[in-house]
Design a protein around this ligand. Structure first.
Ligand code: GBH
Length: 452
C-alpha cells in the first residue's frame, strides 16, 4: 500500500516572514549622530552582559543591509519584521530630530521594497535613549511616553507612505519588570513594586500614542498592533477540567498587559492584590490605551503546564531539571504553547487577527562558518512548533502570519553573542553570512506555504 502524506498546508495569503530588531543587528552604535541607548550604557557596566559583549558592531547591518536584503530575497522571504532605533531619530529621545538617522531608514526601507520585502516595523524594541533615563528616570515617568508620542508621530509621518504594518512595542514585561524590577535587562535596576507597576502603565500609555500616531498619520491601508510575550499555559491533558484551569492561569499571568488593552481596565483582582503598589492612572489613560488595534503580535517560545488541582484551581507544574530546553535554558521545548497561546488570546479577549511575530531557537552554534551548519535541532524545534500552529489554525484560531526569530545570529541581550537564534549564521569576526540548514528548510516552507 502506498502512503501519501497529506501536506500541512497553510491558508492562502498566510504571511511568512523573518524577524530582527535594530539594536541586535545594526551596530554603528554611535554613527551618524545616533545617541546612546540604555543598552549601550548597560553593556559597558561590568558583569551585565556575558563576555562583556556590546552592541557597537553587532552584525554591522547598518552598512551591510543591502546584502542582507538580497539574501532574504534569495531565501524567498516576502515579509520582514524590523525595528527602528529611537536614538537614531532623536539622539536624546526628544528635541531636535537627527536628519541622518531619518535618512538611514529611508534608504533601508527603499532597499527592502526594491528586494520585494514588505516591512513590519516595531517602533520600540528596548533601545530607550539614555537621555530619557537620565532626565526622567526612563519608563518610571510618563514624560517618556510623551516623548515616545513625538517619536511615533515622526516616524509614521516620514515612512507611512511605504510602511503599512506597525507594531508599537515589543514585549512590555522585558523592558519594564526586567529593566526596573529584576535588573536583568537595561537599565539594570531593582526598584520597588510600585515603581515597576508604574513602568508598565507608562509603557501602555506609549502604546496608546503609537496607535494614535498610526491612526492620524498612517494613511491608506495602515494597520497597527502590539507585540506581547504572553505567558503561555498548556493544559496538562486536553480535557475540559485542565483546559479551564489553564485558562484561569493564563488570565492571571497575562492580565498586566492584555486586560488594559483589550478590556480598557485593570483586572480588579490584580488591583486588589497590588494594593498600595498599584499603578496610578486616570480613566482617560485607560481609554487611550484601549483604543481598538488591528492585530495582536505574539512572541511564542515556551509555556507552563497547568492542571486542575483542588476544586479545579490551576496548578502550575514545576519543570524537572532534565526537561528538554534549547541552549537558552529558559526555552523549554513545549510546542503546544504555539497552539494554546494564540487560542487563549482569541477565546479570552476575542482577538480577531493574530501574528506570531517571533518564534525560534537559541543554540551555541560554532562562531565560524567554515563547515556547513546542519542545525537539525533548530530546524526540528521550529517544525514542531509550526505543526501546533497549523493545528490551531485548523481549529479556527485566527493566526494570519508567522515571523521566524531570527533572520541571522545577533546580539542576544544579556547573553551576548554566544547564543545564536539565526537561521543564517553570522561570523562576527568577518561579517560573513551563511545560511544554515534551517534557513534552506524555512525557505521551502515559505514557498510551499506548507510544512515540508
Ligand atoms: C525575545 O524575547 C526578544 O523579543 C528578542 O529580542 C530576543 O532576541 C528573542 O526573544 C530571543 O530571546 O526571565 O528566565 O525567562 C523573548 C523573551 C524574556 C526570553 C526574558 C528570555 C530572560 C530569562 N525573553 N527571558 S527568563
Amino acid at each position: 500500500m502506498a502512503i501519501h502524506p497529506r501536506p500541512l498546508k497553510f491558508p492562502r495569503n498566510f504571511v511568512w516572514g523573518l524577524a530582527t530588531a535594530a539594536p541586535q543587528i545594526e551596530g554603528a552604535a554611535f554613527t551618524d549622530g545616533k545617541g546612546s541607548s540604555i543598552w549601550d550604557t548597560f553593556a559597558r557596566q561590568p558583569g551585565k552582559v556575558k563576555n562583556g559583549d556590546n552592541l557597537d558592531v553587532a552584525c554591522d547591518h547598518y552598512h551591510l543591509f543591502k546584502k542582507d536584503f538580497a539574501l532574504m530575497a534569495a531565501l524567498g522571504a516576502k515579509n520582514y519584521r524590523l525595528s527602528i532605533a529611537w536614538p537614531r531619530i532623536f539622539p536624546t529621545g526628544r528635541g531636535a530630530v537627527n536628519r541622518k538617522g531619518l535618512d538611514f531608514y529611508q534608504r533601508l526601507i527603499d532597499s527592502m521594497l526594491a528586494h520585494g520585502l514588505t516591512p513590519w516595523v516595531t517602533m520600540f524594541h528596548w533601545d530607550l535613549p539614555q537621555a530619557l533615563e537620565d532626565d526622567f528616570g526612563g519608563w518610571r515617568d510618563r514624560r517618556t511616553a510623551d516623548a515616545f508620542a513625538t517619536y511615533a508621530d515622526t516616524i509614521v509621518i516620514t515612512y507611512g507612505d511605504r510602511v503599512k504594518n506597525w507594531i508599537t512595542l515589543n514585549e512590555i514585561v522585558c523592558f519594564t519588570r526586567m529593566g526596573y524590577g529584576t535588573g536583568l535587562k537595561a537599565p539594570g535596576l531593582k526598584l520597588p513594586e510600585q515603581i515597576v507597576n508604574q513602568t508598565y502603565h507608562n509603557a501602555l500609555l506609549a502604546h496608546g500614542h503609537g496607535l494614535r500616531a498610526v491612526r492620524e498619520h498612517g494613511g491608506k491601508g495602515a494597520r497597527v498592533g502590539i507585540t506581547d510575550n504572553i505567558e503561555n499555559s498548556i493544559p496538562l491533558t486536553e480535557t475540559p477540567a485542565d483546559i479551564a484551569a489553564a485558562k484561569a492561569q493564563f488570565v492571571t499571568a497575562n492580565t498586566r498587559v492584555l486586560e488594559p488593552i483589550f478590556k480598557g481596565r485593570y483586572n480588579p483582582a490584580y488591583l486588589r492584590a497590588a494594593g498600595a503598589d498599584a499603578p496610578k492612572f486616570s480613566a482617560g489613560d485607560l481609554e487611550h490605551i484601549s483604543r481598538p488595534t488591528d492585530f495582536l503580535g505574539l512572541n511564542v517560545y515556551w509555556g507552563d503546564f497547568v492542571k486542575a488541582g483542588k476544586n479545579g484551581h490551576p496548578e502550575v507544574l514545576p519543570f524537572p531539571p532534565s526537561f528538554p530546553t534549547t541552549d537558552a535554558v529558559w526555552q523549554r521545548h513545549t510546542p503546544q504553547s504555539m497552539y494554546w497561546g494564540p487560542r487563549m488570546v482569541a477565546e479570552i479577549y476575542g482577538v480577531k487577527s493574530i501574528y506570531i511575530t517571533e518564534n525560534g531557537a537559541g543554540y551555541l552554534d560554532p562562531p565560524h562558518s567554515k563547515t556547513p551548519i546542519h542545525d537539525l535541532h533548530r530546524r526540528d524545534y521550529v517544525r514542531n512548533y509550526l505543526r501546533e500552529l497549523h493545528r490551531a489554525i485548523r481549529d479556527g484560531v485566527p493566526v494570519k502570519g508567522y515571523f521566524l526569530w531570527s533572520f541571522m545570529d545577533n546580539f542576544e541581550w544579556e547573553d551576548g553573542y554566544d547564543i545564536r537564534f539565526g537561521v543564517v549564521h553570522c561570523d562576527f569576526k568577518t561579517q560573513r553570512r551563511t545560511p544554515k540548514l534551517s534557513a534552506r528548510w524555512y525557505s521551502e516552507v515559505m514557498s510551499a506555504n506548507a510544512i515540508v
